[in-house]
Design a protein around this ligand. Sequence first.
Ligand code: PLP
Length: 410
Amino acid sequence: MAFINENYLKLPGSYLFSEIARRIAQFKTDNPDADIIKMGIGDVTRPLPPAVIKAMSKAVEEMARPESFRGYGPEQGYNFLVEKIIENDFTPRGVELSSDEVFVSDGAKCDTANFQELFGIDNIFAVTDPVYPVYVDSNVMAGRTGKFNEKGQFDKIVYLPCTEENGMKPSLPTTRVDMIYLCYPNNPTGMTLSVAELKQWVDYARENKSVILFDAAYEAFIREEGVPKSIFEIEGAREVAVEFRSFSKTAGFTGTRCAYTIIPKEVMVYDSKGEAHSLNKLWLRRQTTKFNGVSYPVQAAAVATFSPEGKAQIKETIDYYMENARIIREGLEKVGYKVFGGVNAPYIWMKTPNNMASWDFFDKLMNEAHVIGTPGAGFGTSGEGYFRLTAFNTRENTEKAIERINNKLK
Ligand code: PLP
């Protein structure tokens, strides 16, 4: 008889977006003619930039000829991509990295989910509340969270509430934690942390020998000067932080798959004798065993995002999404909704009217305005009473959606 990993039985309900999809499908069956505008799931809608397509096509052609065909590549990624990443994303911001501190992968989702494997099962970890659900669920599967309790939380997780009172910015934990997940610009709240705010976390981690798992999947959307794009812009972060990045939202790679993780050689984890081990070495060992690299055409395509044409095309797309974000944010504010985010991120986090429960607001918005968003409760208990809208849509749909919300839900 094969036994189940019982940790999987602790996972509550269905995954947030499956439940949303189920409700939409039901609504469509009941209202086949409704013109639904989806501003729920965080997927891009604009195609890959022409420079990326050109590079990918060329790489595919190379694979057709014996003299340029490539089989397995390095698990860590081709050096031609790693060098471009360092040169474009880090050196200009004063961050020095060596090529063996960059690990190319097929997604920040897999990397953020898999990374917890390197930590002992008794580590206590902290997450913001609300949070991107992958950090929590991957730790549940590993057995690091204890039971799901009546408050709708896991016993052993340290939750850091982000609320209207603290401006959606988490306070330092009051009890010791070993691992800290931070995501800035944040999904779902769309907020960022300043250099001084991030420094507090780096200092905390240094004092407690904790590790910060920093998800910067949305760094490309930062518009304001002075907002850190990388945790490594903060003094001391090389000792205590790992950073996850992705081409998904930056360059439209959600269906193409390319990301990377930065692990400075100084970041250590400790064994029961107190001896230090390098996370960089452990991740290399893990990846060479469980991962066989990102395909050559995809890595060649990712390099094109750093060419002058690629950069210009990416900028245009991000500007387009961020104009949508502005339309959503200002449109909702104008009629009195309280909103967060949407300035340095493609997400707008709105307070539901009259403290309505977030799933009720989801149903109301779908039924009355035919607009789909994401209920805040799906991101954690502190997300109750909030709702996430995304800027990943056409201008026309974005304008139409805001008009409908403002007219139909008065
Ligand atoms: N991290 C955050 C915070 C996200 O919101 C997402 C996707 O929505 C990801 C990571 C996933 O990125 P990728 O497409 O590289 O797996």
